[in-house]
Write a protein that binds this ligand. Sequence first.
Ligand code: MTE
Ligand code: MO
Length: 202
Amino acid sequence: MPINRSFLGRNRGVDNHGGRLPPGQSLTESFPVLTSGPAPRPLSEAEWALTLKVGPRLVAQWTLADFRALPQSEQVVDIHCVTTWSKFDTRWRGVTVDDLLAAAGVQAPTPWVLAHSQDGYSTNLPLADLTQGRAMVATHFDDKPLTHEHGGPARLLVPHLYFWKSAKWLSNLEFTTEEEAGFWELRGYHMRGDPFREERYG
Ligand SMILES: Nc1nc2c(c(=O)[nH]1)N[C@H]1C(S)=C(S)[C@@H](COP(=O)(O)O)O[C@H]1N2
Ligand SMILES: [Mo]
């Protein structure tokens, strides 16, 4: 096997797949389930809603039927969990945050976003990490509806950041003028979480 300069990282001696595997990560074929507490009660279709708020102001709300009628996009991406597993070539379908903002008729209302979930989980992101096709609200994995344990019916997917940023059971995207820490960020995890820079802890 040829030795190349990309071996000189933290996972020295580990095949980093030509720089595709971030430092300190190992590949998995399975799809682990990680939730900070118990999974929330599955919502009925009538109960489910996704809201978009600028500060406390509600600017858009979708029922599941409305949400399913939005433009669909597909992404095949690598995902990286801070607990050190990575998974290559995961296939997702959903609505990009760009299309969601367009449907809501808002454009970059604030520079920061706090994603909220039905289980009380939250995570913060710069809006710039969610736009230009970099993130979606995913409803399908491998052409099948997202299972409940993986955050179905809809979760955030921000594959270029550690997977804790991909909030499952997404209920609300809150646009904030200041950067506000989410669940793991309040507990010492990094405010941004770029796996290639090993931004694990703040
Ligand atoms: N709502 C919610 N979203 C969440 C979490 C959570 O506990 N609650 N855990 C995060 C973490 S730490 C990871 S690694 C991924 C795990 O997603 P998975 O269970 O589909 O692998 O979900 C993220 N999103
Ligand atoms: Mo995680």
